[in-house]
Design a protein around this ligand. Sequence first.
Ligand SMILES: Cc1ncc(COP(=O)(O)O)c(C=O)c1O
Length: 350
Amino acid sequence: MTAQHGKAPLKSFASDNNAPVHEAVLRAVTEVNSGDVIGYGDDIYTLSAERKLKEQFGKDIRVYFMVTGTGANVAGLSHITRPYHAIICSDKAHLEKDECGAPEKMCGCKLIRIPGDDGKIKVDDLYPLLGSLGFPHHSQPKVISLTQATEMGTVYQLDEIREIAGFANDHDMYLHMDGARLANAAASLNVSLAETTMFSGVDLLSFGCTKNGAMGAEAVIFFNQELAEGFEYTRKQSMQLISKMRYVSAQFEALFSGNLWLENAQQANRMADLLATKVSRIAGVTITQKTETNAVFAILPPGAIEKLRQRYFFYTWDAQRNEVRWMTAYNTTEKDIEEFVAAIKDAVKP
Ligand SMILES: Cc1ncc(COP(=O)(O)O)c(C=O)c1O
């Protein structure tokens, strides 16, 4: 995938996963690295980190730590569905495109894909699904899954989430949110984490911190506590119960003791905004999505992608359209953007 074997790594605009672990997170991990504590989360560090998340999301929640985002999505969704249910998601959703069929395998459910260039589900897209309810020949729509921020770097406004939550509630469905980049969305909307989830009617959240500077820290959070019943067993069966939990918990502690989570997200978003602003002035380059968080999508002239890729690592999003995705992270600097923009100018020169 990287084609970097044996060479110094190229600066990456491929994914926020490519950034190193934030030094405060790494420090927090080493700070808990002394003495014996009970495993599997029955320790003071995990208790403290759960408290920190409750301060963010509300005290009446149930929190379960994990280490992968796919694991969080699949464990959470499998817990609240039966195999005859359908999970509704965008056709751009990580669930649908990038989890190797794990949701279908582990939940046994059909995924219903809602098309949309910006990665967002609109409430009007959902009404046609109502015809399946109660009809035994069709999978029963049960969960609507939104990604916040979306895979296209766009964000759901609070009223959009609330409208979909209202629809779910009216039709006995649940609202799941894949929050692998929830911090970026909250920073973009300038709202709290609770406002874009619990207070907007989300039942179940996959909360990712790995892209926000952690090493591997994800959580399943139930806002609808009844749904959490028995989830400790589902987590174990999903192979996401970590024995040395304190090291996962320490990562949350580092991000949520102060505002590090927000500062990291704001920096990533600011750098994407700067990149989009500068790139939009380059003749021949077309930005294809609203830059609302830390992703920039752009179409480049033929040949430019290959030239630029000799100096930077990033993904082609749609080869037929010559469209690329560039992502920034908490560690992207203005200097990185200046240099990258200069390289883009160079690459697009006829
Ligand atoms: C929207 C979204 N959800 C979930 C994930 C989590 O994936 P992983 O299983 O690699 O941690 C990602 C990672 O790229 C993502 O972009």
